[in-house]
Design a binder for this molecule. Structure first.
Ligand SMILES: N[C@@H](CCC(=O)N[C@@H](CS)C(=O)NCC(=O)O)C(=O)O
Length: 404
């Protein structure tokens, strides 16, 4: 039986921490993919569970809800009365919470400030990133010193402190804790390798990534834009109020997009949702587009590619009423591509996509809903259950985001 839902993202360290704790106790959690700043976590219902709209958040099958990753991880772990993950004594337990708090507020915050801009998740400024890299040294040195003298964070066996801290470090090891850092910090590296090889951990993160070098920031691709017009002269009239979305002019369609989104979310994709889609699709009201990333050769780690999709979708928020689609990363680290299909109100992709600047990084090809091959392509891109073939090579589905 499912113990509850966890709102989060599979590549997010705080989400991983809870999933690993649950796995260790054979507790089944349903992961509800929740991109920060998406419609899900800004809904009034979500804000009741996580008032800041952040991830992760927990909703038990019995109705109990919880925010804050430390609390969720402890709650999930403590469901097993016999768990050894919470230590033997009150001192053990307090020390476990101490390390979890240290990892969550000291280590992760500093590391995140270093890699998030490099991943394009936060605005990039070289000085800020350099400062963050320096600031991360101190809390990481505390870990190294402790793990030089101790096998685990607390006591003589693995506890929640280890599973939790290692989970929070996954993205750090994949991006900035490079080969040189690892050789300078052998105790943390030895300990991390031990923890990620535990069965519960491997079940959640089968292939943790170790970066060779600190990843480089690459500015988002944008084609040359004409220079912005000069600022309006003072005597010019104030600009008119912001126009409504251009697609509003098309009026109300007979195929209600939200109805399709409900079908897709609630029904099995292949057997129920897709047949419903093709029965109800209106080619005069919507168009279908193959949306491929233009710069696949520059993609590195699959989770970074998936972040790129997440960011793209977040910036399409203004067109949510007019769009549905799924995009996915296919392949493996250093050999992956981004592909997907969108359904767009109207016959042109531009009015819906130009609300987000990164549409220029994608190639849009119109699909023909009367062509069997194109219909199969749509089905495959929205089902995520078949690989794609690129340059003669079969690339398996790795991860993706649905825009709904
Ligand atoms: N205090 C919270 C922090 C949660 C948090 O910051 N989550 C990040 C992802 S790891 C998030 O949702 N960020 C989005 C935002 O800050 O808007 C906890 O420990 O659970």
């Amino acid at each position: 039986m499912v113990f509850g839902k966890l709102y989060g993202l599979p590549e997010n360290g705080r989400t991983i921490a809870v999933l690993v704790a649950a796995k260790h106790n054979d507790l089944e959690l349903e992961l509800v993919n929740t991109q920060p700043n998406s419609a899900v976590n800004t809904s009034a219902e979500y804000l009741k569970v996580q008032p800041l709209g952040k991830i992760p958040a927990f909703e038990g099958a019995n109705g109990f809800t919880l925010s804050e990753v430390i609390a969720i991880a402890i709650y999930v772990t403590s469901q097993n009365e016999k768990t050894t993950l919470l230590g033997k004594t009150k001192q053990d337990y307090a020390s476990i919470v101490r390390w979890m708090s240290f990892a969550n507020s000291e280590v992760l915050m500093k590391l995140g400030a270093w890699y998030r801009p490099l991943l394009g998740l936060d605005g990039y400024n070289k000085k800020t990133v350099d400062d963050a890299a320096k600031a991360a040294v101190k809390p990481l040195a505390v870990l190294e010193q402790h793990l030089t003298a101790n096998t685990y964070l607390v006591g003589e066996r693995i506890t929640l402190a280890d599973l939790f801290t290692a989970s929070l470090l996954t993205r750090g090891f994949a991006t900035v804790l490079d080969k040189k850092w690892r050789s300078d910090n052998p105790a943390t590296t030895r300990w991390y390798n031990t923890i990620i090889n535990q069965d519960a951990f491997k079940a959640v993160v089968p292939n943790p990534v170790f970066t060779e070098e600190v990843i480089k920031y690459t500015a988002p691709k944008k084609e040359e834009k004409p220079k912005a017009a000069a600022a309006p002269a003072a005597e010019e009239p104030a600009p008119a109020p912001k126009p409504k979305h251009p697609l509003e002019a098309l009026g109300k369609p007979t195929l209600i997009l939200d109805e399709w989104k409900r079908q897709y979310s609630n029904e099995d994709t292949r057997p129920v949702a897709l047949p419903w889609f093709w029965q109800n699709f209106k080619a005069d009201e919507y168009s279908l587009w193959k949306v491929d990333y233009k710069y696949n050769e520059e993609l590195k780690l699959t989770f970074m590619a998936n972040n790129l999709i997440g960011g793209f979708h977040a910036r399409l928020e203004g067109s949510r009423k007019y769009l549905f689609g799924a995009q996915a990363v296919y392949g493996a680290n250093y050999a992956c591509v981004i592909k997907g299909v969108f359904m767009v109100r109207g016959q042109d992709f531009m009015p819906a996509f130009e609300v987000g600047p990164d549409w220029e990084s994608y190639e849009f090809t119109k699909l023909d809903p009367t062509s069997e091959a194109d219909r199969k392509y749509v089905d495959d891109m929205w089902s995520w259950d078949v690989p794609v073939t690129v340059d003669g090579k079969e690339l398996e589905f790795a991860d993706g985001h649905v825009f709904k």
